[in-house]
Design a protein around this ligand. Structure first.
Ligand code: HMG
Ligand code: MG
Length: 300
């Protein structure tokens, strides 16, 4: 048996949130359903945030209502406050994701409050999510760099990780929101986080691919012992509050890499290639996945 790596598919949320043109809920529902059917153990499906801030995610309730739930699949939603949590509970999500930043400047731009204020705001959210028996994940934006303040000290990432663990997070995402990090830096940050929690089961790598470093960063994180990664089909996305940032690392590329490393994910790469082609057609843009493009051409 080859070693297992968990891939969290974040395309429906992190990917689509950045699309200017509003996509039909039916397309989002089909995307989530096809991804779950392709074997992802965890699909980040929606967010319950202010529609004034992220209009594309305004139909989270409809999307969650329309999907055909696969037993065993974890459907996650981002939640910034108690109002969002109420939406997530009503939609019967399996996992609530709270999201803070290791950079003060980014926290202000993304959620309109300081890091400390955001943690205080997450306290009742985390308690209520746990009370409801849901999984809780904490995402740390700008763990490897910030579009507004530049460098982010390793200690700032560890501080937020520590607070998230105190709030009861089952998993912590070390997120490179703007895709600027490099492999050695990833190792430095992860080793520091590894001093306060178990890298193999509690920490994920969430890498955007702006500077083309995401696959190298995944290898570096694997080397440190991380076994959970986030990726987005066709490399969809960007961040509405990080100008110029491109999408998450493309799922097809990650699956191709992991296959080559002899690691198993339980995800059907061939099905993901088809989904990548389909969703790229829906948003009217070619796929950003190199492996996705090559494999689709081979099939044609
Ligand atoms: P605010 O404007 O400071 O607060 O927003 P507010 O409480 O005054 O709310 C403003 C309006 O939104 C009000 O409506 C609220 O009712 C409404 P109005 O009275 O003006 O008509 N509202 C909501 N509506 C629906 N659901 C809610 C909700 N909350 C308030 N939950 C707030 C503060 C946090 C709400 C806002 O800044 C926000 O929603 N931000 C979300 C930003 C976001 O979604 N960013 C992208 C996700 S993070 C990310 O992508 C990074 C990640 O991928 C990791 C990485 O790569 O780094 C996770
Ligand atoms: Mg992201």
């Amino acid at each position: 048996m080859s070693e297992y790596v968990k891939i969290v598919e974040v395309g429906p949320r992190d990917g689509l949130q950045n699309e200017k043109q509003f996509l039909d809920s039916a397309v989002k529902i089909e995307l989530v359903d096809r991804l779950a059917a392709a074997g992802f153990p965890n699909v980040e499906a929606v967010s319950f945030v202010s529609p004034k801030w992220v209009p594309q995610m305004a139909d989270g309730a409809q999307v969650m209502d329309g999907i055909a739930r696969r037993p065993g699949t974890i459907y996650s939603a981002l939640v910034p406050n108690m109002r969002g949590l109420e939406g997530a509970l009503a939609a019967r999500v399996d996992e609530v994701v709270i999201f803070g930043a290791a950079s003060e400047a980014f926290s202000q731009r993304n959620i309109n409050c300081s890091i400390a204020e955001s943690i205080a705001r997450f306290e009742p959210v985390a308690a209520a999510a746990k009370q409801a028996g849901l999984r809780l994940r904490g995402s740390i934006s700008c763990s490897l760099g910030c579009p507004y303040q530049g460098e982010v000290p390793v200690g700032a990432v560890v501080d937020v990780a520590e607070r998230f663990l105190q709030l009861g997070c089952d998993e912590i995402d070390v997120a490179d929101t703007i895709g600027v990090g490099t492999a050695a830096q990833v190792a430095r940050v992860l080793r520091a986080v590894g001093r306060i929690t178990d890298l193999g089961t509690r920490v994920s790598g969430h890498f955007h691919d702006t500077y083309g470093q995401a696959l190298a960063n995944i290898l570096s994180a694997l080397d440190c012992g991380v076994r959970i990664f986030h990726s987005s089909v066709a490399g969809l996305g960007g961040c509405p509050y990080a100008k110029g940032a491109t999408g998450n690392v493309a799922t097809e590329d990650v699956l191709y890499l992991l296959q080559g490393q002899g690691l198993s994910t339980g995800v059907n790469l061939d099905a993901v290639v088809d989904i990548g082609q389909w969703i790229s057609g829906q948003i009217g843009r070619p796929t950003s996945s190199r492996a996705g493009r090559a494999l689709a051409l081979k099939k044609a």
